[in-house]
Design a protein around this ligand. Sequence first.
Ligand code: SUD
Ligand code: ADP
Length: 285
Amino acid sequence: MLTVHYSLLTVLSFPNAKLNLGLYVTAKRPDGYHALETVFVPLPWADVLEVLPAPKGQLASDLLLTGRPIPGEVATNLCLKSYQLLKTDFPALPAVQMQLHKIVPIGAGLGGGSADAAFALRSLNDLFGLNLTTEQLESYARQLGADCAFFIQNTPRLALEKGDIFEPINLNLTGTACIVVYPGLHISTAQAFAGIVPQAPAQPLRAALAEPMASWRTTVFNDFEKSLAPTYPVLAELKQQLYAAGAAYASLSGSGSAVYGLFPGLAEAPALAWPSEYLVWRGML
Ligand SMILES: C[C@@](CO)(OP(=O)(O)O)[C@H](O)COP(=O)(O)OP(=O)(O)OC[C@H]1O[C@@H](n2ccc(N)nc2=O)[C@H](O)[C@@H]1O
Ligand SMILES: Nc1ncnc2c1ncn2[C@@H]1O[C@H](COP(=O)(O)OP(=O)(O)O)[C@@H](O)[C@H]1O
């Protein structure tokens, strides 16, 4: 009979970022949040997360952080918040040792923190055989951040309400060459919302995305672009540079400040020169 020593079990995962294809802030909700209409698409720019049971005798869960520095106390990190959330419903959950190697830029509109939280939930579910369903995992994820639930299924989806209610969408960008440029501006999501007057889009996002990508430039918008433009002119400049390099579509992701360009039909995205302080991802979706 095969026996595996408990403490040798570990779950290694690669929490990936996301892009927003179109982002409309359609209404202010009674709970203070905003209703959105957006499509989330997984972006293979990823962190590395390891979750394993804590060594014998260690009663409190711990998180070791390496890579890009994450602002805030370790205790407030979304990976540990995921653990605490499950612990309230599963008091017998053993303490864990986590290690997060942070690669995805923080506060970039790429959802990196939410991805870590969702992958931590999934890892804990696998490690301890909690048998939580996808719906249950999404419900936990919703409590950790508005876009966190997307990363449970992690497939392209139309997101509504707070960005946590999903509808399927027939959109396959797999194999599309892409560049993501983060100019190093940390834009607070809450602050970005403050500059927006909610309204419904001229054309529903689903209908606009059903047309060829060449048309998206004039039909698919991110509402944050207009409101952030006066303060951050670099965002429009980046978009312009991506179009000049041949992108079929370019946009701000989320509430910024990462800007991306899509180059369908190319075997690889063009290698462009960027200021050395920018963080750039270039690859295939
Ligand atoms: C708005 C989006 C669009 O993709 O921005 P990015 O984070 O990607 O830039 C996301 O859904 C954000 O998701 P997430 O970053 O998890 O949001 P949360 O931590 O829950 O909320 C941060 C703050 O943003 C505002 N907020 C967020 C989502 C929403 N639908 N309405 C809001 O008004 C609230 O002020 C909230 O306090
Ligand atoms: N594991 C984590 N990775 C990144 N940010 C985290 C993490 N845990 C908590 N945070 C906090 O979340 C905020 C940024 O979240 P992030 O998802 O990177 O940005 P955005 O919402 O713009 O996509 C920061 O204030 C950061 O301190």
